[in-house]
Design a protein around this ligand. Structure first.
Ligand code: MF3
Ligand code: CO
Ligand code: CO
Length: 276
């Protein structure tokens, strides 16, 4: 079904061909992931009622300029921003704008930096002031979905084991998994093989092997899983307008488990653990 090849600088994405990275790739991803996580940490104290998502986007660009990091989304397929900022019922790919955040909003900031040619891709949820109990529960469950997906991302398991772990937990909590967007391989490419579905059947899909590098980035809805794209061609929203949340890490499969490249040095990845 799939083939595995030694990662090759300059190679293009090929359907069914999964690159296996060596120590050089892991070192590059460690650096790119760290700067990305530091930027998402830096943004934490700016996410307050009254700030615009355009201002947060500018802060992410400037932080990159100061840290040898360039946003992968800037000029990507016609996208013109450094981040995606997805508020409340926006599932993903929200476009930074002059809309000010309001008390009670929840916002996902998704940032990918390129550092020395390697891509660090991560996103988190940020509460704006005090948020509702149901928004807190959604954020907590979505974070737990990502962490359960990562726990399943070990050599010998398959991509289906990751999706199944996420789906099982989300649905047990009476929430739903968005089907329209997937995690993805990355490295010197922004989006590479394999696709990582956030739902599925244990044992299905390609086997995970040491050297694979990919994101896991589940989007979880309080209501139904269906999404629609707004007329701007980017913004994905829940069809039933219920709240949606997402967390994303970039990870690498090792001989014994995995390495998270985008872990927060300040321990700020899950905003709810640090607020209590
Ligand atoms: N960072 C997103 C991801 O997790 C991709 C955003 S592409 C954009 O894969 F063009 F919408 F910015
Ligand atoms: Co991604
Ligand atoms: Co991302």
């Amino acid at each position: 079904m799939v083939t595995y090849v030694a990662a090759n600088s300059g190679a293009k994405r090929m359907p069914g061909v999964i690159p296996l990275h060596g120590e050089e790739g892991f070192a590059g991803m460690r650096k790119a992931g760290r700067v990305t996580a530091e930027a998402l940490d830096m943004l934490t104290s700016y996410v307050l009622p009254g700030v615009t998502t355009a201002e947060l986007d500018r802060l992410a660009f400037e932080f990159g300029q100061d840290h040898n990091a360039f946003p992968a989304t800037l000029f990507y397929k016609g996208y013109r921003h450094s981040t995606c900022t997805s508020i409340n019922h926006v599932v993903c790919h929200g476009i930074p704008s002059d809309r000010a955040l309001r008390e009670g909003d929840i916002v996902n900031i998704d940032l990918t930096y390129i550092v020395d040619g390697w891509h660090g891709d991560s996103s988190r949820m940020y509460p704006v002031g005090e948020i509702s109990r149901k928004a807190e529960r959604l954020i907590e469950v979505t974070h737990e979905c990502l962490m359960r997906g990562i726990e399943a991302a070990v050599p010998g398991n398959t991509t289906g084991d990751i999706g199944a772990a996420i789906q099982r937990f989300a649905e047990a909590e009476r929430m739903s998994v968005v089907r329209d967007f997937v995690g993805h391989g990355l490295g010197q490419l922004f989006h590479d093989e394999p696709n990582i579905l956030h739902f599925g059947t244990p044992g299905m899909g390609p086997e995970l092997k040491p050297g694979m590098i990919f994101t896991i980035e589940p989007m979880i809805n309080l209501g139904r899983p269906q999404v629609k794209i707004l007329n701007d061609g980017w913004t994905a929203v829940t069809r039933d307008r219920t709240l949606s949340a997402q967390f994303e890490h970039s990870i690498g499969i090792t001989e014994t488990g995995n390495e998270i490249f985008t872990a927060s040095p300040a321990g700020l990845f899950n905003p709810l653990t640090t607020r209590r």
